[in-house]
Design a protein. Structure first.
Length: 152
């Protein structure tokens, strides 16, 4: 839960910076936090999702065995691009606060534009990766962040 709470804090930081509210934490098998990241797509690079940044860092700084044993904690289930990066790099378990399905429902409720990329569950993109979530006790906080983004 502390890692997931940190993800929600990072998502709030992203929103405060004018970005979409997503945050992620990469944790080694021994529980050490290796990297924290938040969404940075407000730049001209729309691929600056935190999960992609974690995957890029892991590819350079971790062995294949370390990557497979690591866990990515995140405020929202990976989008297809992030799922692909996760799978291609060989990262291990994913734990998310809110699901792609929840986000889809929330966006419709808020009258937000339809996403440019079809929301899919992680396992539709990367079969076999261990995925845990959503986490109802924190999902309300993520909902409120997205509500602020889309409804002001």
């Amino acid at each position: 839960m502390p890692y997931l709470r940190r993800c929600v804090e990072l998502a709030a930081e992203a929103l405060e910076a004018g970005d979409q509210p997503f945050g992620s934490v990469l944790v080694a098998a021994n529980g050490e936090v290796l990297l924290e990241e938040r969404n940075r797509v407000v730049t001209s690079d729309r691929t600056r999702h935190p999960e992609v940044e974690l995957a890029r860092w892991a590819a350079i700084n971790m062995t294949p065995q370390e990557r497979a044993a690591a866990t990515v904690y995140t405020s929202g289930e990976h989008c297809p691009m992030c799922s692909a990066a996760h799978g291609l790099v060989g990262l291990g378990r994913i734990v998310f606060v809110s699901s792609a399905q929840q986000l889809t429902t929330w966006l419709a409720e808020f009258g937000a534009p339809t996403p440019k990329v079809k929301p899919l569950s992680v396992n539709e993109v990367v079969p076999g990766v261990v995925v845990d979530g959503p986490v109802p006790s924190l999902a309300e906080a993520v909902y409120r962040l997205h509500q602020r983004l889309h409804q002001g």
